[in-house]
Design a protein around this ligand. Sequence first.
Ligand code: PLP
Length: 394
Amino acid sequence: MSTTALPEQLTARMGNLGTETAFEVLARANALAATGKSIINLGIGQPDFKTPEHIVEAGIRALRDGHHGYTPAAGIPELRTAVARDLNARHRVEIDPGQVMIMPGGKPTMFFACLMYGEAGTEILYPNPGFPIYESAIKFSGATAVPYPLQEETGFAFSATEVLSKITDKTRLLILNTPANPTGGTVPKSEIDALVAGLVDKPHVTVLSDEIYSRMLYDGREHVTLLSYPEIADRVILLDGWSKTYAMTGWRLGYSVWPNDVFPHVEKLAVNNHSCVNAPTQFAGLAALEGPQDAVDEMVEAFDGRRRVIVSELNQIPGFRCVQPGGAFYAFPNIEGTGLDAKTLQTRLLEDAGVAVIAGTSFGAYGEGYLRFSYANSTENIQMAIARIKEMLA
Ligand code: PLP
């Protein structure tokens, strides 16, 4: 998190806003590469694949067909309907397209949800280590950020008992993320069942379920969406999108599903904030959902192969120990055995070995003792990176 001074003209609230260190590491890695240094980037949280051609074509065609004006704030009706159909096909949940909000990426949903549910005197629960924007957006809203720890022993799955024990009368929102960034952890259905059972008598708690990695699961795991529990479905906000699944991070396209009575309010926020998502991107998103899914399957298969390689290689580095991640494209090894803290090791790996990774502490205090490796890079580069790390630590 950068420690830039706060000009006194700005609100105190601005001092509560955090950031995402991955972007800073990326900038430093690029700066080093520009000086001629060889850098292997295992820090970046985006697929190294191209957006499939038919999706790119659909975006270009939309522009040529004249789709360059405003669209409805909630998104073009065809896309909202396609999202509802996709959720039904993948998870057998019945969603009214009127609940689907097309967003400029996944992030705005978390920011909006925190602004809508958080204020001074309230509490919002979030995973730690977890995606850093959760804590940042919660603090910005004025709410108290209450972390629940994710532990290596459970493969970084949350414990329903622990999460439930942190809910108080002041809790307004509970943020969940599975498969998870930065750990690659997944949560067994039994644990989600237990959490939902405990939430039934806590109607003051809404759940924001970040399922942006829902298509990236390994070893036969199946995704369980929080929307599939009718007993709490009227207070679940689902966050998903195209960024990771279709290698579309730079297009800025995501969606969320909102409770019916809350929907007009998020729509109002969108009107105030961005009017609508850019039109050709929405048509590209439509082609992604309605077109062939082979490219997604191939990408996930490639990630699976690299996952096996990186985890096995990481476990051979003296001082490292890495559990097998069940989803996403991250490995989160414990590095305590090296005797170095996460930030020191991150810096030394980048500056001395030319390997960009992210310190676990960038994802919260409970990330100390860990590093995040993204395996959105070739197997060859992954192996070269591990060889460099071994050499540096020897
Ligand atoms: N949620 C999680 C858990 C993520 O890791 C990310 C991106 O890294 C996002 C949401 C944001 O996705 P987007 O780029 O679509 O805003």
